[in-house]
Write a protein that binds this ligand. Structure first.
Ligand SMILES: Cc1cc2nc3c(=O)[nH]c(=O)nc-3n(C[C@H](O)[C@H](O)[C@H](O)COP(=O)(O)OP(=O)(O)OC[C@H]3O[C@@H](n4cnc5c(N)ncnc54)[C@H](O)[C@@H]3O)c2cc1C
Length: 474
């Protein structure tokens, strides 16, 4: 009889495209486990009593139960267990920061030299297996006659819409872009999250009866107030994300060839600007500087690499402090991204011509930087970087991508009197997503500032239940 548990201290590695090939295409990097690999990995879970992984998952997926089903080879049962708590398992299995959530608490990973169970890879395997075997078969619940509007179609909005539709609400999602999905379609690149997966989730919602109205900028076309008073929505959920980019405020940020990471990624992902026949092409830089060290910076850098550039990540602290996920940093390095650490930009330089008729007029041709060293910890607890005198140098680049974080767009706040917001523009909510206006709820990045997919989903779920209780108690 084969042993019940697999006591291998290390995870089964994820098959992936060769870095030298994948840095020239937009196909998915990770290829996914086979059924044999998944069963073998699932047997690494010892089904421990305290189940710390479940508490560490923002939506409390019953992780040991689904993994036990994978170990038995009953993948459909595993999928049904995950689906009780998560509406986007194929997405979360790919992009969740598992190392700081479920896997970060896994008992198997506690001992030195041991790795956690590969929970994310198993979730992805189960979701892909289910999706390959099943058509979208969702039946709309009978209508309860109540209408709810959802503003924004990212993971918060999609989750809230799905949960309310299952309870019989007539839900309309209003999305500013021409495609639904939020950051899942406009931010995270195809090579990390194929757009067909997001599309399938959106189709699943439509099958539940959710209406999706794209090209609808709420606050411009219709206000939140009008959704309630003129369009008959009894409650509104705001899930508009945090899409407003930050800049450094250094000279040269308005030059041609300087992008925010959001604009660069949106043009590439959503407008398909990487294709030769795109109607809104993107500049294919020869040498690109990406300023910042988070996941978004890694996505922008790896996208620019695939567009043919030499790419430098410029980050003012050291390797240890890079906020991006380790896996993303490793993938970026394997693909040939150059890391200029302990380096800070001070100025972006223009091509040296004053002649507006010269085609190079107003374009970037370099970024001036200074070397940094780390001092004492600052209020964030991280060692504060300070400039090294006399260390200035210029990197010749023809494109700069600023990836310094984002905050919520002020449009909804500015057009919704009485909607209370916090210091950085986040919409103020209580623990169930209730805002300062009756019947108006909010969740995801719009309320927390830039966070994660699973946290946005969790907030959408909690708010859906609160909206249900609010409408039923009226
Ligand atoms: C490049 C990038 C990579 C990321 N990688 C990861 C990752 O690997 N793992 C992870 O967990 N998280 C990642 N994140 C963060 C994660 O994607 C977000 O936390 C999550 O998408 C937030 O979900 P949301 O529903 O609150 O908002 P969003 O996904 O931002 O969706 C908001 C939607 O609202 C729409 N909208 C905005 N204003 C209006 C309006 N006025 N009217 C109508 N619609 C409007 C927007 O167009 C958008 O579609 C990444 C983010 C970025 C930018």
């Amino acid at each position: 009889m084969p042993p019940k548990f697999n006591m291998n201290p290390l995870k089964n590695p994820m098959p992936a495209q060769d870095p030298k090939i994948r840095n020239g295409n937009f196909d998915e990097v990770a290829l996914g486990y086979t059924a044999e690999m998944a069963i073998d990995e699932a047997k690494r879970c010892i089904g421990c009593k305290n189940r710390p992984c479940v508490a560490a998952c923002p939506v409390n997926i019953k992780i040991p139960e689904f993994i036990a089903k994978v170990a038995e080879g009953d993948f459909e049962a595993a999928y049904q267990i995950i689906a009780e708590d998560s509406s986007l398992p194929a997405v979360c299995g790919r992009v969740c920061p598992q190392e700081t959530q479920c896997e970060g608490k896994c008992t198997r990973g506690v001992k030195a030299g041991c790795e956690s169970v590969a929970i994310g890879r198993l979730e992805r395997f189960v979701a892909d297996w289910h999706n390959a075997k099943n058509d979208i078969q969702r039946v709309p619940a009978p209508s309860n006659g109540h209408k709810v509007a959802v503003v924004g179609s990212g993971p918060a909005g999609l989750t809230c819409a799905g949960d309310l539709a299952k309870l019989g609400y007539e839900v309309t999602v209003f999305e500013a872009f021409h495609v639904a999905g939020g950051v899942l379609v406009y931010g995270i690149p195809e090579f990390r999250l194929p757009k067909a997966i997001v599309q399938r989730e959106v189709e699943g919602l439509k099958a539940l009866g959710v209406k999706i109205e794209t090209n609808m900028v709420i606050g411009r076309v219709i206000t939140i107030e009008e959704l309630k008073t003129e369009y008959g929505f009894e409650a509104v959920f705001i899930g508009t994300g945090a899409g407003l980019p930050k800049f450094m405020g250094i000279p040269g940020e308005a030059l041609k060839g300087v992008y925010s990471a959001n604009e660069f990624l949106t043009r590439s992902n959503l407008m398909k600007a990487y294709k030769a026949n795109s109607r809104t092409p993107i500049q294919h830089g020869k040498c690109v500087a990406v300023v910042g060290g988070g996941n978004v910076a890694m996505d922008a850098a790896r996208t620019a690499k695939r567009l043919g550039a030499e790419v430098h990540i410029i980050y003012r602290r050291g390797e240890e402090e890079l906020p991006a996920r380790r896996e993303e940093i490793e993938h970026a390095k394997e693909e040939g991204i150059i890391f200029d650490l302990l380096t800070n930009p001070t100025r972006i330089l223009a091509t040296p011509t004053d002649n507006p008729r010269d085609p190079s007029y107003g374009w970037v041709n370099g970024i001036e930087c200074v070397r940094m060293e780390l001092g004492e910890p600052d209020e964030s607890g991280r060692r504060a970087p300070k400039a090294v005198a006399g260390s200035e140098f210029t990197l010749p680049v023809d494109c700069v991508i600023m990836s310094l974080g984002t905050s919520p767009n002020p449009l909804i706040k500015d057009t919704t009197p009485d909607l209370q917001t916090l210091r950085r523009g986040e919409i103020a909510v209580d623990e169930v997503g209730k805002t300062s206006i009756e019947g108006v709820y909010c969740g995801g990045d719009a309320a927390t500032g830039a966070a994660t997919v699973i946290k946005a989903m969790g907030a959408g779920k909690v708010a859906a239940q609160a909206i249900h209780e609010y409408i039923q108690s009226k």
